[in-house]
Write a protein that binds this ligand. Structure first.
Ligand code: GUN
Length: 277
């Protein structure tokens, strides 16, 4: 068997075109991103998010602060953006430099403008099954499953990784879609035993090739969210051998990554609508 590749690039292009149409109809939609310091990967992500937002007609404001900016100054900036009428969505790129308290900064963003869905009000609404802003990466995974008619209802789903950005919200979304969900993590005793039972696998730990063909159930849908820069280039959590066993597989690159950006734009549009009542 050779897996059907879930083309995140193509689906993202469609989502972005839909967002662009709706942004044009709405008039003005504003997104402010905040990047503190010089983490090279964060610079790449922010550049990609800006390019996509601008192409969708979103007024994207690129706020950059030096690595030694005080917490007080970052919080003051977030407060200004919270009260700025031109700004519908705010995204503070993570990770922040070590002297800044990520929790404090994330929690300072107004829940209505929190397009990342990291604020406890948004995390709580997702937990309760009444989501408003949902983290973009798991949203993108759900859109990919839907686009390829993989209905999670009644299926065994295994999420590898329990981060607040991907693993936990992913588990919630799959549970709300009526999957039976297992969350595996660094203390899981027998990862292969769990993965081998799964109809849907979402790998999000940043351990290259941790999911391999021997442990995947034939026909399973496998989504690769892990991304590690190695000397041989970018590697995902899913080994290439999985393509010969899985029913559906996200390519790396061109799978879940483009959908993350597309879902961020969707979330920004949602924030703009929400603010206009
Ligand atoms: N760092 C890695 N992923 C993300 C994300 O989705 N949003 C933000 N703000 N920072 C990140």
């Amino acid at each position: 068997m050779t897996a059907v590749l879930m083309d995140g690039k193509a689906l993202a292009a469609k989502v972005r075109a839909d967002v662009a149409r709706d942004v044009a109809a709405l008039g003005h939609v504003g997104l402010a991103t905040v990047l503190v310091g010089d983490d090279p990967a964060s610079h790449v992500y922010i550049a990609a998010k800006h390019k996509a937002a601008t192409e969708a007609g979103i007024d994207a404001r690129d706020v950059r602060l030096p690595a030694d900016t005080s917490e007080e100054d970052v919080l003051a900036l977030v407060d200004r953006l919270n009260h700025d009428d031109e700004v519908d969505g705010i995204l503070v790129q993570l990770p922040l430099p070590g002297h800044l308290d990520e929790t404090k900064v994330t929690y300072a963003v107004s829940p209505a403008k929190d397009v990342d869905g990291f604020h406890p009000v948004n995390a709580g609404n997702l937990y309760l099954g009444t989501p408003i802003h949902v983290p973009a990466t798991p949203s993108g995974c759900m859109e990919l499953l839907a686009a390829y008619d993989v209905d999670p209802a009644g299926k065994e789903a295994v999420v590898i990784g329990r981060s607040e950005i991907v693993g936990r919200p992913m588990a919630m979304l799959l549970m709300h879609a009526n999957a039976t969900v297992t969350v595996c993590h660094s203390r899981t005793r027998d990862l292969a035993a769990h993965v081998s039972r799964a109809d849907i696998v979402v790998a999000a730990v940043g351990r290259p090739g941790i999911v391999n063909a021997e442990m995947v159930k034939p026909g399973a849908a496998v989504l690769d969210v892990g991304l590690t820069r190695t000397d041989e280039g970018i590697r995902g959590d899913v080994d290439a051998s999985v393509a010969s066993v899985a029913g559906h597989l996200t390519p790396m690159p061109g799978g879940t990554g483009p959908m993350t950006i597309a879902c961020l734009l969707q979330s920004t549009l949602k924030a703009a609508r929400y603010r206009r009542g």
